[in-house]
Structure formats: structure tokens, C-alpha cells
Design a protein. Structure first.
Length: 249
């Protein structure tokens, strides 16, 4: 069942979103060659707590960290480690902020120093996929219109779209209905209406969309070892168009 949010509830989620986006902006200043994803995780955890909120991922179904930190061929749910990031790496930092019971969710991919032209294109196209999907998130469209637009853009640029992980409704719970695919046919799925709140979070691979799961039971990585990137926003459907609750640009 899709839970429709009131304007007041959406504003509470936007408040959580403002903490989350402030954290991402600060991450831009510290992410560099030599920093570890565990250091990033500690920074995020402390930043969120210092703003009177909590990192919702920490403890979720036993997940032990405040962030998911996915490096290079890791698609999502990467465990933070003490291994330093190197020049040429890419890393996706995904976090969920809980402020007074209302959640906001956003992931962002970061280049580490100078990266390859292929990696630059992957980041550019993945970010484009996010915003192309958001453009379709208007009253009267269907979820499939978002999915299809993302897939067309990714594949027309020679990349693939991960199938196993999707966007999702969000509110008091991290994962609510609806499920938001990033591939598929247009004019399919639930009709979008005012008050829906969900994430759009395309995970785009340089090679095949096939994946494997690490022994930790969480971390997904590309089966062929190619790079993967992800950008994610939490959005609300309003009469004035999609409202991004986690905008940081």
C-alpha cells in the first residue's frame, strides 16, 4: 500500500533531507586520495548526530554502519573499510537520515582525484539518469515512465542498468511501497499522484548488469569487475512537479 504524505509530513522529511545534503556537501571537502571509507563513515555518523538526527542504516536488519560505501565495482551496500582510497577510484556514499521519525535517503558518487575518461562518462550519465527520471515524476505519469526514461538514457550511452535493486517509497520507514524500477516499459505501474514520496536511485554499470553478493551478505558488485555508479534523491510528488527533498547541487 502506498502511503500518501501530507504537506506537513513532507516538510518534516525535507528537514531530514537538509541535514543529509549538508553532510554530502561537507563530504566534498574531505573525500580525496588517502582517506578511507571508514573515516568517511565516522564523519557521517558524527555529523548526523551533531544535528540532532540519527543514521537510520546503522542497525537496520543488522547492518553495522552509518553509511554504505561502495568503491569501484561495488554496486551498493559496500562495507566501510580502513583501506585508503586511491587516485582514480570512484566511491558511492549512501546514507539515510532519521530526524524525529521522518526519513530522507540519498546516495552520491564521488571521483577520487583524477579519474579515467570512462569513469567520468559513467558518473555523468548516471547523474543524468537520475534527473531524467525525476523529470518524469509528475502527476498523471506512471512509475514505468520513470523506469523507461532511465533505461533508455543509460543504454543509449552504452551502459547497463542494475535490475536487482530499486528505488522505494519512504516516510517513517526506510522501505515503503512503491518499488521504483530503473528499467522497463513506459505507461506501466502505479499512477503518480500528489503526496507520494519515494527514491529514484539508478545504479548504472560500465559493463553487464549482472552482479554477485559478497560473503558478508550485503555488498553487491559487478560480476565482470567493471565500474558501477549511483546517484539517488528522495522526491515528493506535488501539484507543482517533483520536489527534490535531498537536492545538493
Amino acid at each position: 500500500m502506498i502511503i500518501i504524505k501530507t504537506p506537513e509530513q513532507i516538510e518534516k522529511m525535507a528537514e531530514a533531507g537538509r541535514i543529509l545534503t549538508a553532510c554530502h556537501r561537507e563530504l566534498r571537502k574531505i573525500i580525496r586520495p588517502g582517506i578511507s571509507t571508514m573515516e568517511i563513515n565516522h564523519f557521517v555518523d558524527e555529523f548526523i548526530q551533531s544535528h540532532g538526527a540519527k543514521a537510520e542504516q546503522k542497525g537496520y536488519k543488522g547492518y553495522p554502519f552509518a553509511t554504505c560505501a561502495s568503491v569501484n565495482d561495488e554496486i551498493c551496500h559496500g562495507f566501510p573499510t580502513q583501506i585508503p582510497l586511491h587516485e582514480g577510484d570512484i566511491v558511492t556514499i549512501d546514507m539515510v537520515v532519521n530526524l524525529n521519525g521522518w526519513l530522507a535517503d540519498s546516495a552520491w558518487s564521488y571521483p577520487i582525484g583524477q579519474i579515467s575518461e570512462q569513469a567520468k562518462k559513467l558518473l555523468k550519465v548516471t547523474k543524468e539518469c537520475l534527473y531524467i527520471g525525476i523529470e518524469k515524476a509528475v502527476i498523471g505519469n506512471r512509475l514505468g515512465d520513470i523506469s523507461h526514461a532511465i533505461q533508455v538514457n543509460a543504454e543509449s550511452n552504452g551502459f547497463s542498468v542494475v535490475r536487482e535493486f530499486t528505488g522505494h517509497g519512504i516516510g517513517n520507514e526506510m522501505h515503503e511501497d512503491p518499488q521504483v524500477l530503473h528499467y522497463g516499459l513506459p505507461n506501466r505501474g502505479a499512477r503518480l499522484c500528489e503526496g507520494m514520496v519515494f527514491t529514484i536511485e539508478p545504479m548504472i554499470n560500465l559493463g553487464s548488469y549482472n552482479l554477485t553478493i559478497d560473503e558478508n551478505g550485503w555488498t553487491a558488485r559487478t560480476a565482470d569487475g567493471c565500474l558501477s555508479a549511483q546517484y539517488e534523491h528522495t522526491i515528493a510528488i506535488t501539484k507543482n512537479g517533483p520536489l527534490i527533498l535531498t537536492e545538493q547541487d
